[in-house]
Design a protein around this ligand. Sequence first.
Ligand SMILES: [Zn+2]
Ligand SMILES: [Zn+2]
Length: 322
Amino acid sequence: MQKQRYRRIGWPAIAALLIVAFAATLGSVAARQSQSKAQIQSAEKAQTKVVLLGTGTPRPYPDRSGPATAIVVGERAYLVDFGPGVVRRASAAAEKGTPELASTNLKIAFLTHLHSDHTAGYPDLILTPWVMGRTELDVYGPEGLEEMTKHVLEAWWQDIEIRTKGLEQRHALVVRAHDVKPGVVYKDERVTVTVFRVPHGQWPEAFGYRFDTPGKSIVISGDTSPSEEIVAHCQPCDVLIHEVYSPESVLLMPDYKTYRAKYHTSTSELAEIANRTKPGMLVVYHMSGRGPNGRIPDEQMLREIQKTYHGKVVIGHDLEVY
Ligand SMILES: [Zn+2]
Ligand SMILES: [Zn+2]
């Protein structure tokens, strides 16, 4: 099925190449082919979209859903993290022009770490698209994901039993969870997904991800303090999606400065990472920025980063597409 879809896209491109080759004189064949190759590459680049489904933190801002990002390549969607609100944000994105994110299409997901803001949407991701007709879900993540999956399925066993054995007659719920280790953890004809470790305080395992698609390389930090692995995996990359906090923000915990230094990345630290990686575009998400006088404005966060980083940078918002 996957191969057939790939062929449907592949043949017109190959046919176009053949027509170009026959119409050309021998001397201009190479030039025309390289022009066509550039066109195909730019078409492939356009085929890869990064859709920000949730750019928030544990704080339940209504305009920032829990962390979730979709990489859409052609007709296929790949999720990274499933914070609260994930399926409804995906449906909103589908209605806004990315139909590949319709709930029944959410079949492959990757998890950065088990923190609740990144996983509170897991029952939603497992159950809602299934009720809508999705047949299978594969999820990849750090150690503990398989156990969490088992517990979610157990917690909802009555719902699953009534929906499958009762009058709804739903098909069986198939969820395959995979605890993975750093390296290439997933590959199909459109995407290669590489996992690397990032430092996130006392979590024994937290991951960042690199996606290589036919036209784009995308690195997602997950939650992390400044990470050499991120620097190593974005050499270069087209899009770096990275978390951040403003040093002017405060948190309700006894020693929040020590906590943050071990768990997260400040605006000046992110600027340094961006200067070392030079991504085509830096997209900032998972922003922790609440000062004593309320929410720190996006413009201030941006200014803090741009003090020392002068490349392309945007503060991400839910449902934006890059
Ligand atoms: Zn988080
Ligand atoms: Zn976290």
